[in-house]
Ligand binder design. Structure first.
Ligand SMILES: NC(=O)c1ccc[n+]([C@@H]2O[C@H](COP(=O)([O-])OP(=O)(O)OC[C@H]3O[C@@H](n4cnc5c(N)ncnc54)[C@H](O)[C@@H]3O)[C@@H](O)[C@H]2O)c1
Length: 443
């Protein structure tokens, strides 16, 4: 890079504010190391987490806030929302209305009312909204997008996608013994975009209807205090008639896996087993055209984004680098920036929301609203149905289809005890260390 170009890049660094300083650490680290952005402000209501970020910010000009209202007034171009997964929408809307671009962690909204308001805020303000579904940018899923665009496997007919994460051993560190933590109160098909997202991003196809299935409750979720079903499944029909089976949740063995069948081939990543290459390796079987059975081609390789050196060490197979890189480059006007906009974010999430409505409706198929169409927004504008009492009003849904289970407070007290013990350990995880370093009294 020439000196002038380097100087311009430094001068034009995008100023970022980060809300939620636990998962937000990944985005803070991005800004510290990448050349195109800098952290201007960090906000977290938890004093220990904020204190730990302050300790890591020596020599940097970063302001610290413990509340969103003061934080959002800070001089910055964009905000990263890495707060609770069910509370992104209202902050995204406020930020865009105050002239800030938004990068939202998963999930985008928790109600249809929020979905309508989020879409309208993005349209009215014209600010950039980027949904941080990082799994789309993992090496093999991102290669699937490139190959699909090049018509390598033809038109999508069927896909399977899995995000299985058995979080039992880390549950104390990610819910801290809080009975009302969003992870304890999410329904089975809520956290759906790590699974379905990469298929939507690869194909650009809109989901039109869904049937949902709910995994049963068993000892594994009852003993950690999770009230929803063990896992969720969405059987999604896409606008071209293609069908996707998406599964996510806490089955015993972990799996991140994507497979797509097209009209002249199939591509998939490795299974989460030794020797397969997992999300770093793509397996491709295809013909030049449909029916060309004598010229079958089979390949497997480790695809490259082209920025591996910069992405090295970032979480989730380097994908945490790419989501931020594309967001910042989009703000800077780079035509190659590939973000997930507000409509696509909802194409990834609404199948999960409506799958739960299908479960509650005895397994009936549900139409998935397309909020690009202004004429249908009125129907959803006051729909607050969700499992969060703060947002639902009189449309509160049970967390489990057969009724929200009444879990004994002792379970949460035990989770809190395990969490406190983690905080005392010398080699406790990042969050535990943050709590240890910070001031006392966090509840
Ligand atoms: N994309 C991924 O791979 C990935 C991985 C982990 C978490 N996440 C997402 O990141 C987000 C955060 O998850 P987490 O694991 O950090 O745990 P979390 O949701 O428990 O933590 C959220 C943090 O935000 C802070 N916070 C919440 N509301 C606030 C407010 N109003 N004002 C100030 N601070 C507030 C909390 O104190 C906490 O530190 C969630 O949306 C989650 O879905 C994504």
């Amino acid at each position: 890079m020439q000196f002038k170009e380097l100087e311009e890049n430094i001068m034009n660094k995008v100023k970022i504010g980060v809300l939620g300083a636990y998962r937000g650490t990944s985005m803070i680290n991005y800004c510290k190391h990448a050349g195109n952005a800098e952290v201007a402000a960090i906000c977290d209501k938890c004093p220990e987490t904020l204190e730990a970020q302050r300790a890591n910010a020596e020599g940097l000009d970063i302001a610290f806030y413990d509340n969103f209202e003061d934080f959002i007034k800070h001089d910055m171009d964009a905000v990263v929302l890495a707060n609770y997964a069910n509370e992104h929408a209202s902050f995204a809307i406020k930020a865009m209305k105050l002239g800030k671009h938004v990068f939202s962690e998963v999930l985008p909204v928790q109600t249809m009312k929020e979905a309508v308001e989020l879409v309208e805020a993005a349209e009215e303000t014209k600010m950039i909204y980027a949904y941080g579904e990082n799994y789309c940018y993992m090496p093999a899923p991102y290669e699937m997008k490139k190959l699909y665009t090049k018509n390598k496997i033809g038109e999508l007919e069927y896909a399977e996608c899995e995000y299985i994460h058995n979080c039992e051993s880390i549950w104390p560190s990610i819910t801290y013994g809080e009975k009302e933590h969003w992870r304890n109160n999410m329904y089975s098909t809520f956290y759906c975009t790590h699974s379905l997202g990469p298929i939507i991003h690869a194909t650009g196809l809109r989901p039109v209807s869904v049937i949902g299935f709910e995994g049963t409750k068993n000892e594994r979720n009852l003993r950690v205090g999770a009230k929803g079903g063990m896992f969720g499944i969405e059987m999604v029909t896409l606008e071209n008639g293609g069908i996707v089976k998406s599964i996510h949740g806490g089955l015993y063995e972990n799996s991140i896996w994507y497979s797509m069948y097209g009209s002249k081939g199939r591509m998939e990543c490795g299974r989460e087993v030794p020797g397969s290459g997992h999300i770093n390796t793509i397996y491709l079987d295809y013909n030049k055209f449909s029916g060309d059975y004598n010229h079958h081609e089979s390949e497997s390789y480790n695809p490259a984004h082209g920025m591996e050196d910069m992405a090295k060490g970032y979480g989730h197979g380097g994908s945490d680098f790419y989501t931020m890189w594309h967001f910042i480059e989009k703000i800077k006007g780079n035509p190659d920036a590939d973000i997930i906009d507000v409509y696509e974010a909802l194409d990834m999430f609404l199948p999960g929301m409506f799958a739960y409505r299908s479960i509650l409706d005895g397994g009936k198929s549900q139409e998935i609203p397309n909020l690009r169409d202004k004429s249908i927004r009125g129907r959803w504008r006051n729909d607050t149905a969700c499992t969060d009492p703060k947002a639902a009003g009189d449309m509160l849904l049970p967390v489990f289809s057969k009724g929200t289970p009444d879990i004994d407070d002792g379970v949460y007290e035990y989770m809190k005890k395990l969490w406190d013990e983690e905080c005392q350990k010398e080699d406790g995880n990042y969050r535990a260390q943050a709590f240890k370093q910070g001031s006392k009294g966090y509840k």
